[in-house]
Design a protein around this ligand. Structure first.
Ligand SMILES: O=C(O)CCC(=O)/C=C/C=C(\O)C(=O)O
Length: 291
């Protein structure tokens, strides 16, 4: 007799968890997804767009890491998805870093690898600066520090569309922003737009709080370049050549600043390398983590 073992694909609902964290004066409920049972843990931090979440940003990346034996945690940052609302008047990179510290303390994880997308990259760097002993390896995509581009006027075209969408959360504005996320907008499906629209409209408080935060402090993601030399963790920086949100020269600042960083640039790729080039991205991440 033959036994057939079928493995169900991982789903958002099945991996969804909540935890209350207390980190200094930061006391809030965070939502996260938790998949796999490996000895080593990879945390994934999402970007700052309206309706973003760990699952929305990284749904093409979780399974391969879990299959390779990692535990994968997707943290929804304060002010996104099912995590508690917040108005941030200081550095959002540092706020997210503190939230992550609270989360890994609550889960009793001593040290984690971090994959950060855009705001998630800024936050991963802030975490590595504040809690270096808690970091294994860093993978930074389309982010790692705020600060100016030497080549592209700021705010970039993508960030202007993102800000416009926060102020007027319509399907038309969402499609305009998402068309700029990727190199090839024909890869975006109606189902993807609808899922993102649902996420976005489910939490109008988050949208309003983002606008209030920016009014209180337009520099939510400060320039962390002067301190990059302090980060000794091995870092893989990944960027899309055609990134219209956070320009490519941001990646050079990161690898010039961090002593143990290396860079891969994807051709025909926008701000969502982990989605647009998922297969190669996953292979590169697994290789980097293993060696
Ligand atoms: O302003 C910055 O430097 C960060 C912008 C950012 O995080 C944009 C991210 C967009 C996404 O990846 C998303 O919303 O999914």
């Amino acid at each position: 007799m033959t036994t057939t073992v079928t493995t169900e694909p991982l789903s958002e609902a099945q991996t969804s968890r909540f935890v209350r964290i207390q980190e200094g004066d930061l006391n809030l409920q965070l939502h996260y997804n938790d998949a796999g049972e490996g000895r080593e843990t990879v945390v994934m931090l999402h970007g700052s767009g309206p309706g973003a979440s760990g699952w929305a940003n990284f749904n093409r990346n979780v399974e391969p890491l879990v299959a390779a034996g990692y535990r994968v945690i997707l943290m929804d940052c304060p002010g996104w998805s099912k995590s508690d609302p917040i108005v941030c008047t200081g550095s959002r990179s540092e706020l997210n870093a503190r939230a992550l510290k609270g989360l890994i303390d609550a889960l009793a994880l001593e040290r984690v690898h971090i994959i950060g997308n855009s705001m998630g990259g800024h936050s991963a760097v802030a975490f590595a600066l504040a809690y270096p002993e808690r970091v294994g390896k860093l993978i930074l995509m389309g982010g790692g520090t705020g600060g100016p581009s030497q080549f592209v006027p700021m705010p970039t075209e993508g960030i202007k569309l993102l800000d416009g969408l926060y102020r007027e959360p319509t399907i038309e504005n969402l499609k305009k922003m998402m068309a700029v996320f990727v190199f090839d907008p024909s890869s975006l499906t109606e189902a993807l737009f609808q899922a993102r629209l649902e996420n976005m409209l489910a939490r109008r408080d988050h949208l309003e709080n983002f606008v209030k935060s920016q009014q209180a402090n337009p520099r939510q993601f400060p320039d962390q370049s002067p301190r990059l030399g302090e980060i000794t963790a091995p870092a893989l920086v990944i960027w899309g050549r055609d990134d219209r949100f956070v320009p490519l020269d941001g990646s050079l600042r990161l690898i010039w600043g961090m002593p143990n960083a290396e860079l891969h640039v994807f051709n025909r790729c926008g701000h969502w390398a982990q989605w647009e080039h998922a297969d190669k991205f996953n292979r590169m991440v697994l290789d980097f983590l293993a060696h």
